[in-house]
Design a binder for this molecule. Structure first.
Ligand code: SF4
Length: 487
């Protein structure tokens, strides 16, 4: 969006007004693919019947089905994979702006370019920019190289997919356009994943793990905060691996430590911790800084050691409980989020019981349960003993019911607490309520705080912070009244 904006295009969220329609797609599970395809078809209809002249398909569906999209939906004018961001201009038919300075974009397409660069020496592939992506790509983790030799990233069985893995990373000078309002922003600190989880095709779509340069992330955060952003959420497929490929030890903790010192940054959090990479140093860093949210999202996927072994993730309920104990002891009051996959091939009733017992004992603040999706190209695709869809659905319902009770009791304990609240806007359900979040809610995913009493204020301003008292609790959401602010 930043690139087309800088080239002079005007962006609109109303597709019927657009000349060029861009569909950014997802393809890691069945439902995501379906949603992507439905949206493409809807946009194609708008092109056929309306004013749009071009449909561009971007993102992970392109990585998975590049040729198939072109063959089966000929109305699509161009496809842009996750490693080809710069080609969005050409795809959309927008002339790049003439620049006095060289392009801040540095795109390396595929392994061939990386190998060539390695042979020629670092710096060869700097494409007109001091902080070329090549600098960030010269050192994959040994785990990544090892897994590549084992075929982890192979797309050979995928009909219609290109065979080159993306190697792209943006940097601090890449133009961005925030779609998350003026107060909150995401920063991607790393891309790709080297883990061998057998249900997951994300590494095949996104490539090997690679971290953005430390200084690049800090510079971007500084710029965002200077422009008014007060909440930063760090993301990546596995943020807890951050910096390993750059030779950093405890890279995420070091990064958080540097970012937390940026004046004006009120909330800083990271998502998607890998369970065995939550180090003492990381927890100390979360505890030490007031502006690092007391919040940890650690997707565990299951709790039965047998299932986790077949998922190639290892560990089990006992180890996870010890980890959670360590986390809670180091950061008192921390909100914990996790997600599980239910119905993995061979999952027995006993496995589900183990998961239930674990959920009861672990008492997560936020929890998601996802149905297993059988993805071609994943190792689990070849496993026998697939669990029928109806059984998966019933197991998921049971687990969510269990969590509902746990969440309800936990939210009751919030009543009477005073919290700092980020006002997000009028409620989608009724204009009589406002919605907000605390540091214990990540953007978009967790429950909501409904504000039904503005206290002494006449109105709230979206994107501002207030003091509030929790007055009521429901299963997942709470109700609050404003007692002070804006802060
Ligand atoms: S760690 Fe996450 S992204 Fe990486 S393979 Fe496992 S599930 Fe997929």
């Amino acid at each position: 969006m930043g690139l087309v904006d800088r080239a002079g295009a005007r962006l609109t969220v109303r597709p019927e007004e657009a000349d060029v329609l861009v569909v950014n797609t997802c393809s890691f599970i069945d439902t995501a693919k379906q949603e992507s395809v439905d949206t493409i078809l809807e946009m194609v209809r708008l092109k056929t019947e309306g004013r749009a002249k071009k449909v561009v398909v971007a993102g992970c569906l392109v990585e998975r089905y590049r040729d198939e999209i072109r063959k089966n939906i000929p109305e699509v004018d161009a496809v842009v994979g996750t490693g080809e961001l710069e080609s969005i201009l050409e795809a959309a038919g927008i002339a790049p702006v003439a620049q006095a300075a060289p392009s801040p974009f540095t795109i390396l397409t595929g392994h061939a370019a990386v190998r060539e660069g390695r042979e020629a020496g670092a710096g060869t592939h700097k494409v007109g920019h001091e902080h070329a992506a090549w600098n960030e790509l010269k050192s994959f983790r040994p785990e990544g190289d090892h897994r590549e030799r084992q075929g982890r990233f192979s797309r050979e069985d995928w009909r219609g997919a290109g065979h080159l893995l993306p190697t792209y990373l943006y940097d601090e000078s890449t133009p961005r356009l925030l779609s998350t309002g003026r107060t909150s922003a995401y920063i991607k600190i790393a891309e790709g994943c080297d883990h061998p989880c057998t249900f997951c095709i994300i590494p095949n779509l996104r490539g090997k793990f690679r971290s953005r340069r430390f200084e690049s992330v800090v510079a971007e955060a500084q710029r965002l905060v200077a422009s008014g952003v007060q909440e930063i959420t760090l993301i990546g497929q596995d943020t807890t691996c951050y910096g390993e490929d750059l030779g950093l030890k405890d890279g995420l903790a070091t990064l958080l430590d540097a970012l937390a010192r940026i004046e004006g940054l009120r909330w800083l959090r990271f998502l998607y911790a890998y369970p065995n990479r939550i180090t003492g140093r990381l927890l100390e860093t979360i505890a030490k800084h007031e502006n690092i949210c007391k919040y940890l999202d650690v997707p565990l996927q299951h709790a039965s050691p047998d299932v986790l072994k077949r998922m190639k993730r290892g560990a089990g309920a006992d180890i996870f409980l010890k980890t959670l104990e360590k986390v809670r002891a180091a950061v008192p009051g921390i909100a914990l989020r996790t997600s599980f996959i239910v119905g993995f091939p061979g999952e027995s009733l006993r496995d589900v019981e183990i998961l239930e017992e674990f959920i009861s004992e672990a008492r997560f603040d936020w929890l998601g349960v996802f149905n297993y999706s059988d993805e071609e190209g994943s190792k689990a695709f070849g496993l026998d003993a697939k669990v029928p869809k109806r059984t998966i659905e019933a197991r998921k319902r049971k687990l969510m019911k269990l969590q509902q009770g746990i969440s309800k009791r936990a939210k009751q304990a919030w009543v009477g607490r005073e919290v700092v609240l980020l006002a997000e806007g009028e409620s989608e359900e009724t204009e009589l309520l406002w919605e907000g979040r605390t540091q214990f809610h990540a953007p978009e995913i967790d429950g909501k705080v409904y504000i039904n009493d503005l206290g002494a204020l006449e109105c709230l301003e979206a994107g501002r912070f207030y003091r509030a008292e929790i007055t009521e609790a429901h299963d997942y959401d709470v109700v609050a009244r404003v007692v002070g602010g804006p802060l």
